[in-house]
Design a protein around this ligand. Structure first.
Ligand code: Z5A
Length: 212
């Protein structure tokens, strides 16, 4: 079996990291080889790129941001995602190509077609089998992460984060077969049950429901 790529998306504080970890444990317990990864920091190069957004000066232009996230993505696909899929693993990525459409496109005003073209180049056509969109009011997400040091995106105003959320929902409306919208305002255990239901359906369709 070719592996499976599941991506998890959403605004800040929507619970992506929490759900990725729980999903990883759930898949592991079912006998799958699981690769938990994330963007932009799934590789050393990606971590260095993420560091650029943690500096005090404001974020670079949306086009510069786009190039940086695309560079991280191409390296991530080459080093981590494609080899894992070739081994038959289930890859769970905390953010992937939709994040650039949502943040730099809808949020930052970059041309969406340009981002789609660059995504095609950066991913080499490696597209998610399933995307879980953890949908949450950005104000609620920001209040969850309120106590920590904020990066350049987290410091953007609420209007920016609302455009990001709308962008994600627009992607979901356009790609109903790939993107599953889950209400992330509920507690983590309830959300995890929704996540595993969606993943179980995908694995059943792929004929891998009982594990590798
Ligand atoms: N970015 C971009 O602009 N373009 C791109 O192409 C890519 C990324 C790939 C880094 O992303 C930044 O890069 C991001 C977008 C930009 N902008 N920002 N900021 P990231 O994914 O690494 O960082 P993040 O989105 O800021 O993640 P996060 O804030 O850590 O949120 P999260 O992973 O979605 O949530 P969490 O860590 O699981 O939970 C946050 C808190 O909420 C924590 O205290 C939990 O205990 C709590 N939590 C979790 N689930 C729940 C529920 N269900 N109820 C209540 N509380 C909960």
């Amino acid at each position: 079996m070719r592996g499976v790529l599941i991506t998890v998306e959403g605004v800040e504080g929507s619970g992506k990291t929490t759900q990725c970890e729980r999903l990883g444990q759930w898949l592991h317990a079912r006998g799958f080889e699981v690769v938990l990864t994330s963007e932009p920091d799934g590789t050393r190069l990606g971590s260095a790129i993420r560091g650029l957004f943690e500096q005090e000066s404001g974020p670079p232009t949306p086009l510069t941001q786009t190039f940086l996230f695309m560079a991280a993505r191409q390296q991530h696909v080459t080093e981590i995602i494609r080899p894992a899929l070739q081994r038959g693993a289930v890859v769970v990525s905390d953010r992937y190509a939709d994040a650039t459409l949502a943040y730099q496109g809808w949020g930052g005003g970059m041309d969406l077609e340009t981002i789609r073209d660059l995504n095609a180049l950066a991913t080499g056509g490696v597209t998610p089998d399933l995307t879980l969109l953890l949908d949450l009011d950005p104000a609620a997400g920001m209040s969850r992460i309120g106590g920590r040091d904020l990066d350049a995106f987290e410091k953007m105003d609420l209007a920016f984060h609302r455009r990001v959320r709308e962008g994600y929902l627009e992607i979901a409306r356009a790609e109903k077969n790939r993107v599953r919208v889950l209400d992330a305002a509920r507690d983590a255990a309830t959300l995890h049950a929704d996540v595993t239901r969606a993943v179980e359906e995908l694995l059943e369709r792929r004929g891998a429901g009982r594990g590798a």
